[in-house]
Every structure is written in structure tokens, then in C-alpha cells.
Design a protein around this ligand. Structure first.
Ligand SMILES: Nc1ncnc2c1ncn2[C@@H]1O[C@H](COP(=O)(O)OP(=O)(O)OP(=O)(O)O)[C@@H](O)[C@H]1O
Length: 259
């Protein structure tokens, strides 16, 4: 593995709630190298979202050390080290697609010509050229999610964090977006952290799959993918793909067994 972009050492996070402490993460050790595509998979409540949020400085670990591009997550956030894609597209209905993509650039003070150049570039990357003038409600769910990916790409961060971005979409659309995401990853060389509930999605997309288990949320297995980086959708019928999916399923089952 190359240079570490994200490094977690014994990271823990305990939420103090009215019902007592909730151990959302415990002893999470992980090193993500530049250009990797790492998926996080596990049952509901195992801390996948919480871990992604700690990387993005949206939560603060209560134990251990976490670094992003060699900085604290908070310093990395201020240095615009990553784009974040949420489960729902979260586009402003009163802004056009181009206007939504433009928003982070406006906040960061990019001059108008630079904003226009970047908007055109990222809309092309997600195959939405020609839709910049439309409003979110004029687009399908899959197109809206592509627009939210464009917004996360607009300021060209090296890291893309995605929390179940395709969970709400039907399978055909999801397949297409999975293919598009791999193409984008190949083209941009970004480091991607991706949360999913779907074994086939994790296996199709990832160079490594991190299997997590709840109570307390922890990593129970990290599975390296032997699949080539160039992956047509048909690869899902190959013996290597099926064996890998089986391995991830077994790891999920073992994690459950410890409860
Ligand atoms: N702000 C919070 N306050 C208290 N508890 C929280 C908070 N955020 C998350 N939790 C708890 O931490 C645990 C991990 O939650 P998290 O959302 O990270 O799980 P997840 O694996 O992403 O689940 P899902 O797949 O359902 O999204 C859960 O028990 C959850 O209830």
C-alpha cells in the first residue's frame, strides 16, 4: 500500500446518552492508502456512518488517534481534504443543478469564471452535461444523486467520503451509478471511503472491504480484493467475484455470532 491518506489507531467513540453510554466505535485500526477504494459493510448500528463522520470531523473520537492527509480531521476539513456525499442528495430545490454544485465554490470564494469551469467539468464527469439549468425536482432520483456527487467533486478534493449514496435507488439505476463511480475513480485517482449495506456493491466497487460488527462497533475483518481494477458489470458472474462475496458474507456472519 502507498502513502497513508487516512490512518486510524485504536479509535473509539462513546456517545453519552440519557440511557447511558453507547459504544459506537471501539479500537478501530485502519490505514487507507492513496487511490484505494475502501468499503465499509456491516449490520445496522455497527458504526459505519459514525466512522465516516469521524474522518470528516463531523464527530470527535473519544479514544485513539485519527489522521487525514497527515493532519487532524479538523485541520483536514479546513484544508478541504475531502468531499462528502450523504445518503440523500440534499439539493436545494430553489437552486438549479449548476447552482447547487456552485454553492461550496461560492462559500470558498472561487471567482465566477473558475466556478463555471469547474461546474461544467464535474457535471460532465457525472454525465449531467446539459442538465445544469434544470431544478432538482426535474431530475430522477439517480440523476439527483449524481448531482450531489458532482457537488462533492467540485472543489477537487483528493478524498471522497460516501455514506450509502445509492441505498435508496432501484437496482438498475444503482448498477449504472456503480459503473459510473468506478469510471470516475479510474479517471481521477481519488481515495474513496464508501459505506454500504450491499455485499455485491461492496465487492464490485472496492479494492478492500472492511467488515464491521456492532456492540461495540469494531472492525472484524478486512478483505483484500483480488479483482482487477477494470471491472465490467459482468465480472459479478465470475468465480473470483462469487468467492469474494461468499467470503464477505461469512465474515458478516461471524461478526454477528460474537454478539
Ligand atoms: N449522535 C448520537 N448520539 C447517540 N448515539 C448515536 C449517535 N450517532 C450514532 N449513535 C449510535 O451509535 C451506533 C452506531 O451508529 P451508526 O449510525 O454509525 O451505525 P451504522 O452502522 O452506520 O448504521 P446504519 O447502517 O443503520 O446506518 C448506533 O448504536 C447509534 O444508535
Amino acid at each position: 500500500m502507498g502513502e497513508a491518506v487516512i490512518e486510524a489507531r485504536k479509535v473509539g467513540l462513546t456517545f453519552q446518552t440519557a440511557d447511558g453510554p453507547v459504544h459506537a466505535l471501539k479500537d478501530v485500526d485502519l490505514r487507507i492508502g492513496r487511490g484505494e477504494f475502501v468499503s465499509f459493510i456491516g449490520p445496522s448500528g455497527c458504526g459505519k456512518t459514525t466512522f465516516l463522520r469521524t474522518i470528516a470531523a463531523l464527530e470527535t473520537p473519544t479514544a485513539g488517534v485519527l489522521s487525514v492527509n497527515g493532519m487532524t480531521p479538523d485541520a483536514a476539513r479546513r484544508a478541504r481534504a475531502y468531499g462528502y456525499v450523504f445518503q440523500a442528495p440534499g439539493l436545494y430545490p430553489w437552486r438549479t443543478i449548476a447552482g447547487n454544485v456552485s454553492l461550496p465554490l461560492e462559500i470558498m470564494g472561487f471567482p465566477r469564471p473558475e466556478r463555471q469551469r469547474r461546474i461544467a467539468e464535474v457535471l460532465e464527469l457525472v454525465d449531467l452535461s446539459g442538465f445544469g439549468g434544470r431544478f432538482p425536482w426535474q431530475l430522477s432520483g439517480g440523476m439527483q444523486q449524481r448531482a450531489s456527487i458532482a457537488r462533492a467533486l467540485a472543489f477537487d478534493a483528493d478524498i471522497l467520503l460516501m455514506d450509502e449514496p445509492f441505498g435508496a435507488l432501484d437496482e438498475i439505476v444503482r448498477d449504472r451509478l456503480n459503473e459510473a463511480l468506478l469510471a470516475l475513480w479510474a479517471k481521477t485517482g481519488k481515495t474513496i471511503g464508501f459505506v454500504t449495506h450491499s455485499i455485491p456493491e461492496a465487492v464490485y466497487l472496492s479494492t478492500r472491504i472492511v467488515v464491521m460488527s456492532p456492540r461495540p462497533g469494531r472492525i472484524t475483518r478486512v478483505v483484500d480484493s483480488p479483482l482487477p481494477r477494470d471491472r465490467p458489470l459482468e465480472i459479478r458472474d465470475s468465480p473470483d467475484f462469487i468467492a469474494l462475496a461468499h467470503e464477505v458474507r461469512e465474515a458478516l456472519r461471524e461478526g454477528h455470532g460474537d454478539d
